[in-house]
Write a protein that binds this ligand. Structure first.
Ligand SMILES: NC(=O)c1ccc[n+]([C@@H]2O[C@H](COP(=O)([O-])OP(=O)(O)OC[C@H]3O[C@@H](n4cnc5c(N)ncnc54)[C@H](OP(=O)(O)O)[C@@H]3O)[C@@H](O)[C@H]2O)c1
Length: 292
């Protein structure tokens, strides 16, 4: 299996990224430095996570050339709209200590509740502003996050620059096959957030199918999980803190799940959804004004 995915603009991106979100919003520079040391070159962050500065500091300290890295960040719900988006990008660039991001994303598609369609207009207005950021060289490519087919369709129908990726909650316990197929039909790479089901018992560790495959292939449950996503054409961005986990999550290119086993995992009971639905659970959290 290739260790890179090819995006719809012809560029290549590492097949596994490192997720920088941590629930405590703590400085995770040392974990990011470990990830760089272990070979990760693609990093996912967001203004909401408050890890952009940690990532920028880690990159500086590592001495790795900026051009050898893919940095992806996202604007939050309260940073949408043309003017807000432009200011949000400048704040992100400042925290990341770089003059461009490789992929800039809309974090969440919907800001308005049921039966309120204004989100469509705000998404397209924001996207237009993001296209200008590409024109200005501040952003290399554009992406989406948590966009289900109906949200993605709204962008595809109006965009000048197509999204290269769409980040969705994806793991064997929540496969979202319809959203994944829609992405692929439109040459958008589906990217898996929480690819390990955020370490929840029912998503990975306690699942008997994963336990059985772990024994069969001599790989951890988490490695089976990641390999499954890769073989489905999905790019995972696992988060890990310990060096052991960070390394293990890259060590998934020396084995292959059989077609039958991929099929079995694809039909696993869908019991591990993290309960964050883009249309029905619009996050109330605001971006932190002190995160400068
Ligand atoms: N777009 C969005 O709305 C969205 C939402 C959520 C997340 N994300 C992105 O997706 C990234 C990953 O998702 P996530 O952080 O929610 O969860 P995750 O990657 O599914 O799971 C992380 C958990 O798995 C554990 N782990 C990692 N590697 C392991 C291994 N090899 N063996 C055993 N346990 C392992 C970690 O433990 P340790 O930390 O102790 O190693 C941690 O508890 C985030 O960091 C963020 O960048 C995006």
């Amino acid at each position: 299996m290739d260790k890179y995915f090819t995006l719809n603009d012809g560029s290549k991106i590492p097949a596994i990224g490192y997720g920088t979100y941590n629930e405590e919003f703590k400085d995770n520079k040392s974990s990011i430095l470990t990830a760089i040391e272990c070979g990760y070159r693609f990093f996912d962050t967001a203004s909401l996570y408050e890890t952009e500065r940690s990532l920028g500091n880690a990159i500086k300290e590592s001495g790795i050339a900026r051009t050898d890295l893919i940095i992806e960040t996202k604007l939050w719900i309260d940073e949408m709209g043309a003017d807000n988006a432009k200011k949000a990008l400048e704040r992100s660039l400042n925290r990341l200590q770089t003059d461009y991001v490789d992929i800039y994303m809309i974090h969440w598609p919907r800001q308005t509740g049921a039966d309120d369609e204004r989100w469509k207009e705000l998404d397209t207005e924001t996207w237009k502003a993001m296209e200008e950021m590409v024109d200005q060289g501040r952003v290399r490519r554009l992406g989406l996050s948590n966009f289900l087919p109906h949200h993605l369709k709204n962008i595809l129908e109006t965009c000048r620059i197509k999204p290269v990726v769409d980040q969705l909650e994806l793991h064997p316990g929540y496969s979202q096959e319809a959203a994944v197929s829609y992405c692929k039909d439109n040459e958008v790479i589906p990217m898996a957030w929480s690819p390990l089901g955020r370490g929840r018992e029912n998503a990975t560790i306690g699942n008997s199918i994963l336990v059985r495959l772990s024994e069969k292939y001599g790989k951890s449950i988490q490695q089976i999980n990641l390999r499954f996503l890769l073989q489905k054409g999905i790019l995972p961005i696992p988060k890990a803190s310990s060096k052991e986990h960070i390394k293990a999550n890259l060590d998934v290119f020396d084995f292959e799940l059989s077609e039958d086993d991929v099929s079995m995992l694809s039909c696993m009971p869908q019991t591990a959804w993290l309960e964050e639905h883009p249309d029905f659970n619009i996050p109330a959290k605001k971006s932190n004004p002190d995160n400068i």
